[in-house]
Design a protein. Structure first.
Length: 405
């Protein structure tokens, strides 16, 4: 029978790098470009809005209402993304402090598995050549494999806990995936708002220059003083919110990626453990079977003395072969030792991965917390700036600023 080979060493798992703090300009630039048809539609809406607002009396209630409407661009998206970012950050910090998340559960199970397997790992004297040379399967080797039987329940419990930990990681990733899809859709709405406000900025500057060239200095001043100020203020708000949302989106992606890699590492540890146990069982069976065969040969030798005497040469040859077979088990002790070595190598890799991942995760959460704090004044200002004016009959200009479904 071919010798059982130890499992190949596991590949090293590497945690993703922490997400760095993103500036407002960089956040907008990392988003994919809007489709050409959306850009064209927003350009038409920007032209129409500036045309309507520039034709209003700067001192009228309707003009004021249209300027105030700029502060409501993407309001609902602001609220959703702010809640998601804050909820994600608070949950991450809480789990990090309480150490009650899926990663902590997996780490505890891995530690218990390491302790159990270190107790079961064969020592140098377990399969010493002296023990194997005169009677395989007895004394230390036999007692060693009995330890597996007495520790089987504990091993089953630890492996079951690891399986539950993997399920928790999968559940976390499923929730993160839903949150990320929602953030991605909200980023699309924020990008449309940023593009529209950029167009309004450009069109307002042009219209103010045109009005000034036509001798309408008062109207030009109103466009620059009131409209342009409101447009640029909202542009800053939207850019900041995009930065916070992108930070949250990337942070969730980092955690999702690390969870996936940790699942893979745990699966390798479980597989290696099962391989080590299987190797041990096969080795035990091989040693015990050899003992049974040798005992039977001794019985035959005692009852067939005369036959052995007549065929001494034949038995001598057979005895050599038998001793060679007895000294060579189907599974060598070295194979078992290598299986355990690979198990501990895998666990060391997971420990190193979690240490680095935790450092990167803390850096990411701190960066996200700074971004959320940056966005908080804009959110509070947006909530306070409810237009205090009577409802106007013609709201078509406000409709042009609507970018959400």
């Amino acid at each position: 029978m071919d010798k059982l080979q130890p499992p190949t060493p596991a590949e090293e798992i590497t945690p993703a790098e922490p997400v760095e703090q993103i500036s407002d300009d960089d956040a907008v630039s990392v988003l994919p470009d809007l489709p050409a048809e959306q850009q064209q539609e927003l350009e038409q809406r920007a032209d129409a809005w500036v045309d309507q607002v520039s034709g209003l009396n700067p001192h009228s209630q309707e003009f004021t209402a249209q300027v105030n409407a700029l502060g409501a661009v993407a309001r609902r998206t602001f609220e959703r993304t702010s809640q998601t970012s804050s909820r994600f950050m608070q949950q991450s910090l809480r789990e990090s402090k309480e150490k009650g998340n899926a990663q902590a559960s997996v780490a505890k199970s891995l530690s218990e598995l390491r302790t159990t397997m270190e107790d079961l790992a064969p020592k140098d004297e377990t399969f010493a050549e002296k023990a194997l040379g005169w009677l395989p399967g007895r004394n230390m080797a036999k007692r060693y494999f009995r330890n597996f039987e007495s520790n089987q329940d504990q091993l089953d419990e630890v492996l079951g806990a690891l399986s539950r930990g993997q399920e928790m990681l999968q559940k976390d990733n499923a929730e993160l995936s839903v949150e990320r899809r929602g953030l991605w859709e909200d980023l699309g709405a924020l990008q449309k708002a940023a593009y529209l406000l950029n167009l309004l900025d450009d069109r307002t500057v042009r219209r103010a220059e045109q009005l000034r060239a036509e001798g309408k200095a008062q109207d030009a001043d109103a466009m620059e003083r009131d409209v342009l100020f409101a447009v640029r203020q909202r542009r800053q708000d939207v850019a900041t919110q995009i930065a916070v949302t992108v930070q949250a989106y990337l942070s969730m992606g980092l955690i999702e990626d690390n969870n996936t890699k940790l699942q893979q590492g745990v699966e390798r540890a479980r597989t290696t453990t099962v391989t080590a146990l299987r190797t041990a069982v096969i080795t035990a069976q091989a040693l015990e079977n050899q003992k049974i065969v040798l005992d039977q040969i001794d019985a035959v030798n005692r009852t067939t003395d005369d036959l052995i005497g007549r065929t001494s040469q034949m038995l001598a040859d057979n005895s050599v072969k038998i001793q060679e077979q007895a000294a060579t088990s189907g599974v060598s002790p070295e194979t078992l030792q290598k299986a355990f070595d690979n198990l501990f190598t895998t666990m060391d890799g997971i420990d190193a991965f979690r240490t680095k991942a935790n450092e990167n995760f803390l850096s990411t959460v701190n960066s996200l917390e700074q971004q959320v704090q940056r966005a908080q004044p804009y959110i509070e200002r947006m909530q306070k700036e409810q237009p205090e004016h009577a409802e106007i009959e013609n709201a078509s200009a406000m409709d042009l600023l609507e970018i959400e479904d």
